[in-house]
Write a protein that binds this ligand. Structure first.
Ligand SMILES: Cc1ncc(C[n+]2csc(CCOP(=O)(O)OP(=O)(O)O)c2C)c(N)n1
Ligand SMILES: [Mg+2]
Length: 328
């Protein structure tokens, strides 16, 4: 797919969504540096916005997403209400899960995001189940599972790929290879340079893509989503990108070569795309400013909404723990 097939309107939306994700997470950074604003660990995907935006924008609202601990970009690209997301991360009662899941365990079935799992590699077998159900019920929808390069080594991911290949399930595996798994470099935890090559062993197509090029991600996402949707079975996309911050906000990346960070900063998916859209005449300085302002307002409103919301009361301690089995 070329730029000509991605309408100017969609190009603008891809850009705006990446800005939205970046600014939302920058707000979380700022809040987590203040006392008592952000409980628990904050895990951000600064630098990876091209993957979340490009991939999720290629899906239909019926498609199911299973994501992991680095999930804000996936949730926002899917259109999850930013106020509800911010309140959840702040552990407030108005959050999408009543403030009881926080950033790492939330679920948004309202927008077909079954769950985020911080158990590395746990998403793939669950996504397999969702894709099995879609095939069984002869639905048109597909399932997409996001996981990291570290997770790619988990047995659960290999088993899910194998079963998806055997049963030809409509399951798109998306590996966000951000060069790190915690403090381990890719080559310290992975025997091969490219994870997409594993696809061959499970009878599915696999390809890598520049994850910092949102249009390249979108184009491959469209192609692979169509493959899965048309009954040909699963596919594996490996999006090559970089984790620009520490594993979590408590991690100051002492083990990262600053030159490497600088080199990847120069490949920032947002500034690269902004330059491209300015060159194409899709955006101008005025439009860029308007997008910035709109996003700043939405993020400020979400912060205020979270701040004004109460914490969940003791009466909610035992609610939402189990699914009530349907009777009759
Ligand atoms: C089963 C399991 N093992 C270990 C951990 C601890 N852990 C949390 S995130 C992480 C690194 C995951 O790396 P990757 O899959 O590349 O995702 P990234 O954090 O880079 O997005 C580890 C080891 C965990 N949460 N679950
Ligand atoms: Mg990683």
């Amino acid at each position: 797919m070329t730029e000509n097939q991605i309408s100017p309107d969609l190009q603008t939306r891809l850009y705006s969504n990446m800005v939205l994700t970046r600014k939302f997470e920058e707000k979380i950074v700022a809040l987590s540096q203040k006392p008592h604003q952000m409980p628990g660990m904050q895990i951000l995907a600064n630098g990876q916005e091209g993957v979340s935006t490009g991939m999720v924008s290629a899906l239909t609202p019926e498609d199911v997403i299973v994501t992991n601990h680095r999930s804000h970009g996936h949730l926002l690209a899917r259109g999850l209400d930013m106020n509800l997301l911010m309140a959840e991360i702040m552990a407030k009662a108005t959050g999408i899960n009543g403030g009881k899941a926080g950033t790492l365990h939330l679920a948004a079935p309202e927008v077909n995001i079954l769950m985020t799992s911080t158990v590395v590699g746990a998403g793939s077998p669950l996504a397999l189940g969702a894709a099995f159900a879609q095939q069984y019920k002869q639905e048109k929808a597909i399932t997409v599972v996001f996981f990291g390069d570290g997770a790619a080594a988990e047995g659960s991911v290999h088993e899910a790929m194998n079963l998806a290949g055997i049963w030809k399930l409509p399951l798109l595996f998306v590996c966000e290879n951000n060069c790190w798994a915690g403090a381990q470099r890719h080559e310290e935890h992975c025997a091969t340079q490219h994870i997409f090559e594993r696809a061959k062993g499970y009878g599915m197509p696999g390809q890598s893509v520049d994850g910092n090029d949102v249009e390249a991600v979108y184009s491959l996402a469209m192609e692979f989503a169509e493959h899965c949707r048309s009954g040909k079975g699963p596919a594996l996309m490996e999006a090559l990108t970089y984790r620009m911050r520490g594993h979590g906000e408590q991690d100051h990346q002492h083990y990262v070569d600053p030159k490497e960070l600088e080199a990847w900063a120069a490949r920032c998916p947002i500034s690269r795309y902004r330059t491209k859209l300015l060159d194409r005449g899709v955006l101008d300085e005025q439009k860029i400013q308007a997008i910035d302002q709109d996003v700043n307002t939405r993020v400020a409103l979400a912060e205020a909404f979270g701040n004004q919301s109460p914490y969940p009361g003791p009466d909610t301690l035992l609610t939402g723990l189990f699914v009530q089995p349907s009777r009759g």
